[in-house]
Write a protein that binds this ligand. Structure first.
Ligand code: PYL
Length: 276
């Protein structure tokens, strides 16, 4: 998982309305509607005003990323939830969040970013939720992915979350990871879970040239360039860095879903509070 930098997220909160409008333009749906769809519920099934979220900065490992907690809280507040960042960090922050009546807490160290519904004892992982949220957005953008070929690039937590959600939407799934064993392992799990065939690709260029729909869940920058992209290519690219060559981004922009945190965080909070 690539560690975000403050400059990757510094403008997120100021641009949430514009980002929401861009999602409506591309997919026909808002950030909240995409998150609800990813959670398998209707937007109306959630009353965000009924929940309070506490975001706790963690100092472990490489330490606090300035603006990270405030950005997470800002995204959740934009969706209508009450959200605060604790004044304390680490254990003190968790204690503070509980004492301030948080229903859900969110916290991230260098390896995991989780949402925890305290009463339900439910944990939602950012990697899985991000993969699920991006596939949900792609499904809405394409008017349904059933029987459509989709290539997942990367078999880590985001790629695995994406592959399972593609199974849920009955897409024709292909998966590529430089580590063939990892893509084989994810392919086998999805194939068993949905009783479907999953194509495990072992050659990047051949795999890419066979597809027009991509989930770029690879942490590598600029792996897709003008050789791979056509005017029908659609890419859902979670997180930073963006896997498309800088010179190709502008021409692909209206067929690209990409953000550093928003869809993942929205999917996390909606999944954490959705009715059982
Ligand atoms: C959760 C993000 C999404 C992409 N990369 C992940 C990352 O940057 N993880 C590190 C998060 C560290 C947060 C720090 C803080 O400010 O509380 N411990």
């Amino acid at each position: 998982m690539t560690r975000l930098k403050t400059e990757d997220i510094a403008m997120v909160n100021d641009q949430l309305q514009a980002y929401n409008n861009s999602l409506i333009a591309k997919t026909g749906y808002t950030l909240m509607q995409i998150a609800a769809y990813a959670a398998g519920i209707e937007e109306e099934d959630i009353n965000p005003g009924a929940y309070k979220l506490g975001v706790i900065p963690l100092t472990c490992g490489q330490g606090i990323i300035s603006r990270f907690s405030e950005t997470v809280a800002g995204i959740v507040s934009f969706l209508g939830f009450e959200a605060f960042v604790t004044g304390e960090t680490d254990a003190g922050g968790i204690a503070e969040a509980v004492s301030r009546g948080a229903d859900v807490i969110m916290l991230a160290d260098d390896d995991r970013f989780v949402a925890i519904n305290l009463a339900a004892g439910k944990v939602v992982d950012n990697g899985e939720a991000t993969g699920r949220g991006y596939v949900a957005a792609l499904d809405l953008m394409m008017g349904g992915l059933a029987n459509r070929k989709v290539l997942v690039l990367g078999a880590g937590p985001v790629g695995e979350g994406a592959a399972f959600t593609l199974g849920r939407f009955e897409a024709l799934i292909a998966i590529y990871d430089p580590n063939l064993a990892r893509s084989q392992a994810v392919g086998a799990k999805v194939s068993e879970a949905f009783d479907c065939y999953v194509r495990v690709e072992d050659n990047f260029d051949k795999a890419v040239l066979r597809h027009k729909l991509f989930i770029d869940a690879c942490p590598a920058p600029e792996i897709l360039d003008e050789r791979h992209l056509t005017d029908r290519t659609v890419i859902a690219a979670p997180g930073i860095p963006l896997g498309i060559k800088e010179t190709c981004v502008r021409s692909a922009l209206d067929r690209l879903i990409h953000d550093p945190l928003e869809i993942g965080v929205a999917t996390m909070i909606v999944d954490a509070v959705k009715p059982v």
